[in-house]
Design a protein around this ligand. Structure first.
Ligand SMILES: [Zn+2]
Length: 206
C-alpha cells in the first residue's frame, strides 16, 4: 500500500490515492506527496555528501524572536492563559449572577482584562507558528482556528467594556445578566474550538 504525506502538517495517509482532505489540517489532496521509502544504498551515498555549512546566526530582532517562539513552543505555552483562565471566568460569572456575589464579578472582570492583555502574545506566536510550521496554509482548519481566535479577542473586549460601563450587571440579575453570562459561554466555546484544533494539529488525527 502507498503512503502519502501531508506537506502542510505531516499527517501520513495509507492508501492507493491521497485522501480528499487531510483529517488533521484540512488541506486538500493536492497537498499530499507520496512517501518513497529510501533504498539502503541511497542512505549510504548520502553519508559521503559533505555536510552543508550551518545556517548563519539570525541577526534581525524579528528573526530571533521567530526562532525563540518556534524553538520553545511559545504558542502552545501562551494559549494556556485563555484556555486555563476563561473556564474559571465562566464559573465566576455564574457564581456572581446566581449568588449575587460582587467579589466574583470583580474577579471575573480582572481575569478578563488579564486574558485580553495576553492575547497579543497568543495571536502573534500563533501567527508565527502558522507561517513557519504550516506554511501559512489557508485550509478549513486554519480558517476556523484564526476566526475563533479573533472572535474570542472581540468577545473579551465586549465583555470588558460592558462590565466597565455597568459594574453591577451580574449582581442585579435580569436579562442583561443572562446575556452577559451567555456571551461568556460563547467565549468559552470559541477558545475551546481554537484549543481543540490546535491540539489536533500537534497530536494528530486521534
Ligand atoms: Zn495535513
Amino acid at each position: 500500500m502507498k503512503k502519502w504525506e501531508c506537506t502542510i502538517c505531516g499527517y501520513i495517509h495509507e492508501g492507493d490515492t491521497p485522501p480528499d482532505e487531510c483529517p488533521v489540517c484540512g488541506a486538500d489532496s493536492s497537498a499530499f506527496v507520496e512517501v518513497v521509502e529510501e533504498a539502503p544504498e541511497k542512505t549510504a551515498s548520502a553519508e559521503i555528501v559533505p555536510e552543508s555549512a550551518p545556517d548563519p546566526p539570525k541577526t534581525t530582532l524579528i528573526a530571533r524572536a521567530t526562532d525563540l517562539i518556534l524553538k520553545f513552543h511559545l504558542h502552545p505555552i501562551s494559549v494556556h492563559t485563555p484556555n486555563g483562565v476563561i473556564p474559571m471566568i465562566f464559573i465566576f460569572l455564574l457564581i456572581a449572577g446566581l449568588l449575587g456575589a460582587p467579589s466574583f464579578g470583580h474577579a471575573a472582570f480582572y481575569s478578563l482584562i488579564f486574558v485580553l492583555l495576553n492575547m497579543p502574545f497568543v495571536l502573534y506566536t500563533g501567527y508565527i507558528t502558522w507561517q513557519n510550521k504550516y506554511k501559512g496554509a489557508m485550509t478549513s482548519v486554519f480558517k476556523i482556528k484564526i476566526g475563533a481566535s479573533l472572535v474570542s479577542t472581540g468577545l473579551l473586549c465586549i465583555l470588558i467594556i460592558w462590565r466597565y460601563s455597568q459594574p453591577e450587571i451580574l449582581e442585579t440579575g435580569g436579562l442583561s445578566a443572562i446575556l452577559f453570562t451567555l456571551l461568556g459561554l460563547v467565549l468559552l466555546g470559541t477558545v475551546g474550538i481554537a484549543g481543540h484544533l490546535g491540539g489536533k494539529l500537534v497530536f494528530g488525527k486521534d
